[in-house]
Design a protein around this ligand. Structure first.
Ligand code: ATR
Length: 272
């Protein structure tokens, strides 16, 4: 079998081996997918060892997404924009291709799985960290009418708005300064982890607003609970994004696109 893996530290909690093993079954591809605990002092050494054993590709998670960027010899446009990498391809000629499938993952979950067309819509993004940077290029290529990035540290939102200004209408502000209502709101802060809510005005949500929390869990996230209470038309968590970004990586490696629906259903059941 062809060997792939996810590398991170810690790595035990990763759902990628489970997801990719199901993809391999569904597509009948001869793929074996492992979990590799990376050496935080020597990412390159960990990757070299994996390649020496015949590994053909890696998914990369915390804290190595920037190390993976530096390790690679070629980068996709979206990986360059993200400044971080979640997928590596080891080619026969020794070159290493880097890609970032997170943004495509969330866009596909929103448009394909939830039937929401982003084109022409007003989008609010909460947060301005690595996770948000990673999704901006694919999101903007859907041509929303405007994207507002709101963050606790406003300067980080401003920096992102500047970095992506050539791709569309992107502006920045603090949470309490957000004005108007939005068609799509994406929570990309890690505030949910501590059960906190970004203090945006309730008026950002109207009855047609779709809310997306990039986090997920067995219970509805605090942000999605809040959004539902404000009357949002749909609240979505990040589980679909997780499965879709995995599917895109699988496609990059194998040239085959797995059906994500049964995998997402099984993963949802396993959270209960
Ligand atoms: P990630 O890779 O998940 O994006 P990150 O780069 O550390 O991690 O970014 C975390 C994001 O969540 C940032 O936008 C951060 O806000 P700051 O830039 O002001 O630090 C945001 N965040 C984290 N905890 C938060 C909280 N309790 N309330 C609001 N925003 C929070």
């Amino acid at each position: 079998k062809d060997v792939y893996a996810v590398i991170g530290s810690p790595i035990k909690h990763s759902k990628s081996p489970w997801i990719h093993t199901l993809f391999a079954e569904v597509t009948q591809e001869p793929v074996e997918y492992k979990a590799v605990l990376g050496n935080e002092q020597d990412f390159a050494g960990s990757v070299d060892a994996f390649r020496a054993e015949g590994g053909l590709g890696l998914n990369v998670t915390v804290p190595f997404k920037q190390d993976a960027f530096n390790y690679a010899t070629e980068h996709s446009e979206r990986a360059k924009r993200a400044g971080a990498v979640n997928t590596l391809v080891f080619r026969e000629d020794g070159s290493v291709l880097a890609d970032n499938t997170d943004g495509v993952g969330i866009v596909r979950d929103i448009t394909k799985n939830h039937g929401f067309n982003i084109q022409g819509q007003r989008v609010l993004i909460l947060g301005a960290g690595g996770a948000v940077r990673g999704i901006l290029e694919p999101l903007l290529s859907e041509q929303p009418s405007a994207v507002v990035i709101a963050n606790r540290t406003v300067s980080k939102a401003e920096e992102l708005a500047q970095d992506f200004a050539d791709l569309g209408s992107v502006s920045a502000c603090g949470f309490v300064d957000v004005e108007g209502a939005f068609d799509l709101i994406i929570n990309g802060t890690s505030a949910s982890l501590s059960g906190e809510l970004p203090p945006v005005p309730e008026t950002v949500i109207q009855s047609s607003t779709v809310c997306y929390d990039m986090m997920y869990g067995a219970e509805m996230t605090v942000f999605n609970q809040w959004a539902q209470k404000q009357g949002a038309s749909q609240v979505i968590d990040g589980l679909g994004m997780l499965v879709e970004q995995a599917a895109e990586s699988f496609f990059i490696w194998r040239g085959v696109r797995p059906d994500t629906t049964p995998v997402l259903t099984a993963l949802r059941d396993s959270l209960k």
